[in-house]
Design a protein around this ligand. Structure first.
Ligand code: F6P
Length: 319
């Protein structure tokens, strides 16, 4: 393989740059040229590409965001759009693609493979919502951002004797709320996989207050509902003053943790190795600290399940 392309697509995640660096440098070390596609599939459709060399990816391993920019492309979803993308791929002599993104991006990668372009998906999303892999690139950094926010909010929560709701991202997946909640010692964790039992949350708050507990943190995953509405209901039911914080896109930025940089480096390099072996239509994942590859369709058909042991543990420890 003489030339490959790389793009980032969907919501950005910290560590995407580390993955791009690994793709570029591993490919160049194997004598292969790399074309960087701007703004995901949108750039593929519109021919926004430029060659990436060793220096193009210098000084980015620690930077959040993605130097290639990202987008959610409507045009690539259409047959016409994909035809345009295929033409661009042919014009630039691209023989294989690496797509860094989440499930929507992987569906695009599957389409590219079906069009005859060997494509490898690398999981980049803060949501950790892909069942086939233990971790996605960006999840660890986002989780640490949330833990940091919990510590700060806990200070003011304790000073005022208030309940504080912190709403976090994750779309339909509660992993950010669950693991950050466990690490941050949240009193309640409300996630879409379990749903909201408002009376249970209120009982816990009142019991804590009666025991002399000064702070109360409720970690709410966005897939369940809004923090402000929940705060109003809790305040009404418990008479405990309640405040809501929506962390929002702060969770998508920042310098990636060492874990995310290492994960991204290993996964990005593996994607190139697979292309060099002549493979395609695969996604890269990690299980039991081993990086592996799996058919895209098979990976996407797996249903993400909640780790109930961790959920129960968090509940027991937050008594
Ligand atoms: O998929 C990543 C994610 O940050 C989700 O957690 C969130 O629901 C969504 O993207 C937000 O998307 P946008 O940045 O387009 O508002």
């Amino acid at each position: 393989m003489k030339t490959i392309g790389v793009l980032t697509s969907g919501g950005d995640s910290p560590g995407m740059n580390s993955a791009i660096r690994a793709v570029v440098r591993n490919a160049i070390s194997k004598g292969c040229k790399v074309m960087g596609v701007q703004r995901g599939y949108e750039g593929l459709v519109n021919g926004q590409l430029e060659e990436l060399n060793i220096s193009s990816v210098a000084d980015i391993i620690h930077r959040g965001g993605t130097i290639l920019k990202t987008a959610r492309s409507e045009e690539f979803r259409t047959e016409e759009g994909r035809k345009k993308a295929l033409n661009v791929i042919k014009v630039f002599d691209i023989e294989g693609m690496v797509v860094i993104g989440g499930d929507g991006s992987f569906r695009g990668a599957e389409k590219l493979s079906q069009l005859g372009i060997p494509t490898i998906g690398v999981p980049g999303t803060i949501d950790n919502d892909l069942a086939y892999t233990d971790y996605t690139i960006g999840f660890d950094t986002a989780m640490n951002t949330v833990v940091d926010a919990i510590s700060k909010i806990r200070d003011t929560s304790a000073s005022h004797g208030r309940a504080n709701i912190i709403e976090v991202m994750g779309r339909h997946c509660g992993d950010i709320a669950l693991y950050a909640g466990l690490a941050g010692g949240a009193e309640s964790i409300v996630i879409p996989e379990v749903g909201l039992d408002i009376d249970q949350v209120c009982r816990k708050l009142i019991k804590g207050k009666n025991r002399g507990k000064l702070h109360s943190i409720i970690l709410l995953a966005e897939g369940v509902g809004g923090a402000i509405e929940l705060g109003n209901i809790i305040e009404e039911k418990t008479s405990i003053e309640t405040r809501a914080t929506i962390l929002g896109h702060i969770q998508r930025g920042g310098s990636p943790t060492a874990f995310d940089r290492i994960l991204a480096s290993k996964m990005g390099a593996k994607a190139v190795d697979l292309l060099m072996e002549g493979q395609g239509n695969l996604v890269v994942g990690i299980k039991g600290n081993q990086v592996f590859a799996m058919d895209i369709g098979e990976a996407l058909s797996q249903e993400k399940k909640l780790d109930y042991d961790t959920y129960d543990l968090a509940d027991i420890l937050s008594m």
